[in-house]
Design a protein. Structure first.
Length: 177
């Protein structure tokens, strides 16, 4: 087998592995990012960026690819949130008005949803970062094994940590009522 044939075969194998990982993990990676950033288009962009990073520089060990993807997605999501916060501060300091958005189809329902979402985000912001990440990932359907890998935790401790985080979230949420 020539060098060029070998390289072509490796590329085809790499593309197949990426496609398989994309099909297996995209929905949950997108879900995590959507819950984190709150905007569908930005979550889609960040999910695609996550898989682009997989293509560019895949992890050395692929036995827990899901955990690696969730960790990359969370980092990209937090970076996007920080960038959005900085952008909002710059726009405010420059005296720019907020961007105009199309009115929602049902204003009352949209207001209730936005209020509930704001309360949840406010409560999550009061919690330790690890607990907030744990709840966000678990709510997105991420398995305990992948939670452990994404957050660098012992797999056996995930259930306990998750239960404590849920109790703390519930306590803080009720406190705000």
């Amino acid at each position: 087998m020539t060098e060029s044939n070998r390289a072509a075969a490796q590329r085809v194998e790499r593309e197949a592995a990426l496609e398989s990982a994309f099909l297996e993990h995209y929905t949950r990676v997108f879900g995590v990012l959507y819950r984190l950033v709150g905007e569908r288009a930005e979550a889609e962009d960040l999910a695609l960026e996550t898989f682009w990073r997989l293509w560019e520089r895949a992890p050395a060990r692929a036995e827990n690819l899901g955990g690696w993807l969730y960790r990359v997605a969370l980092r990209l999501g937090y970076n996007a949130l920080r960038a959005a916060k900085r952008r909002a501060q710059y726009e405010t300091s420059a005296g720019r008005e907020a961007l105009d958005f199309d009115p929602p189809p049902d204003p009352a329902q949209e207001a209730e949803r936005a209020e509930a979402q704001g309360r949840v985000r406010a409560v999550l912001s009061l919690m330790p970062e690890r607990d907030a990440q744990l709840l966000l990932l678990r709510h997105s359907g991420v398995a305990y094994k992948d939670l452990a890998a994404a957050l660098n935790l012992a797999p056996n401790s995930i259930g306990t940590l998750l239960a404590r985080a849920e109790q703390e979230f519930e306590r803080l949420y009720r406190q705000g009522e």
